[in-house]
Design a protein around this ligand. Structure first.
Ligand code: HEC
Length: 187
């Protein structure tokens, strides 16, 4: 027993300090080997498939953060203000072209039986400018005017509603006849 321990002592000796050749425990060595084996598929998962790198996580977090920042005030005064805000109207115009023009036509004149004229002073579901936000978000029940609340972000709804309001007073190519009541000016 004493001899065996003697063999395990490494043969360097520093000022009387000797080193015992103590092997790592088996479970530890196996843990180490498993981390090496694990590394290969994990590397492939992170680098060869989409969306798992730290840069991807940053992109996702930045997108979420900037979406929060573009939240727009939906009050009456803010809506009236957007009528003179070129950036809001430009963004709203893009959404209008993509989502609303199919029924209301790009210039807002509307289509027979499909979309109301948004350029005249008559409205059926709208009395004040901010009502447009409600119409766009929740739709008009039992008509082709479907709710957009699930597909558009809240700030996009505000933008496109401001753009729709800005069409009032313009002259479309093929206006549909007035629909609903004459309502006061937005401001
Ligand atoms: C699938 C066709 C369709 C699409 C797409 C559509 N609308 Fe409409 N919209 C209608 C119809 C039909 C009405 C009239 C509802 C009614 O009979 O009261 C209407 C009514 C409205 C009204 C109220 C008009 C009024 O006289 O009260 C507004 C404002 C409006 N839409 C804006 C939009 C905007 C903005 C979008 C895009 C986000 C949009 N609509 C997308 C069909 C559509």
């Amino acid at each position: 027993m004493a001899d065996k321990q003697e063999d395990l002592i490494l043969d360097h000796n520093y000022d009387g300090i000797e080193e015992y050749d103590n092997p790592m425990p088996g479970w530890w060595v196996w843990g180490f080997i498993l981390t090496i084996i694990f590394a290969f598929p994990y590397w492939a998962w992170v680098h060869l498939s989409e969306g798992h790198t730290i840069l991807d996580e940053l992109d996702t977090a930045m997108a979420a953060a900037s979406a929060g920042q573009t939240e727009l005030d939906a009050s009456h005064d803010a809506m009236v203000g957007y009528l003179d805000n070129a950036a809001v109207l430009a963004a709203g115009k893009d959404t209008f072209g993509a989502v609303c023009a199919a029924c209301h036509t790009a210039d807002g004149g509307g289509l027979q039986g499909l979309g109301a004229n948004l350029c005249d002073d008559n409205y059926k579901n709208v009395a004040v400018i901010e009502d447009i936000i409600t119409i766009v978000r929740d739709g008009v029940p039992l008509t082709a005017m479907l709710p957009q609340g699930a597909s558009l972000k809240p700030y996009q709804i505000v933008e496109v509603s401001a753009y729709a309001a800005s069409l009032r007073g313009t002259t479309p190519a093929n206006p549909q006849p007035p629909y609903g009541d004459l309502i006061p000016a937005w401001k």
